[in-house]
Write a protein that binds this ligand. Sequence first.
Ligand code: NAP
Length: 230
Amino acid sequence: MRPKIHAHFAMTADGKISTKNLTPSQFTSPADKARLGEIRARHDAILAGRGTVSADTMSMRISSEKLRADRVQRGLPPEPLRVVISNAGKIDPLWKIFQHTGSPIVILSTTRMPQKLRATLAPLCELHLYESAFVPLPAALSMLRAEYGVKSLVCEGGGALLRSLAAAGFLDEFHLTLAPVLFGGASAPTLTGLPGDFLPRPLEFRLVEIKPLGGECLLHFKRKTSRRMN
Ligand SMILES: NC(=O)c1ccc[n+]([C@@H]2O[C@H](COP(=O)([O-])OP(=O)(O)OC[C@H]3O[C@@H](n4cnc5c(N)ncnc54)[C@H](OP(=O)(O)O)[C@@H]3O)[C@@H](O)[C@H]2O)c1
């Protein structure tokens, strides 16, 4: 059984999630950053792709003491498990995530990861290396549930990872912060990554909440039970 999968993204009014150079864009308000912490606090794990952890220098932590204390009151660890995924095993031990103690870090990757790097990472995180070229998502997600008790997780990007979750039909809900800014860029990434093929089938959602906040618009969608669209 896999965890419930939520996603949380910020998107420009023209549908882009990143600048053309894939540099950290920071295009939403402090209120949105605070909301990010609130969403993290509702889940057992935070999941991000290798590109995002690297580009956005993420620590994947909850900075609010109150949110951490509330979780403890609910019988949870102060912060959710931090999960990073990479097929090729391109994990840099110098990333910010490894410099912040907090919840355990789980790396989902494959035996493509060089032996030397595995030894360097071993004291910093828990490595789950699959003997295949690509991380088998169903097995990896079920493992998170069975071994770490992850009943729900929030995926914070990037587009490549969200696309693979959506393609597998593994996206249950998503939160979107629509920012009043335009980036343009025919080749800029969207929620489902760089422009490319259509998903194997469309995923339909229903809007459950819409809220203006600090000049931005917060949207919350839940997956509809499937209906064929072409
Ligand atoms: N606006 C927002 O809310 C938001 C959110 C997140 C990110 N971003 C932006 O998006 C950009 C990064 O985009 P990205 O598409 O490169 O991000 P990404 O999805 O975080 O990273 C892509 C890499 O993650 C690994 N990966 C993704 N899906 C995988 C899967 N199913 N199984 C195994 N590994 C998987 C692969 O790593 P390997 O190549 O190592 O195999 C892949 O090359 C950054 O500019 C960041 O700022 C924006």
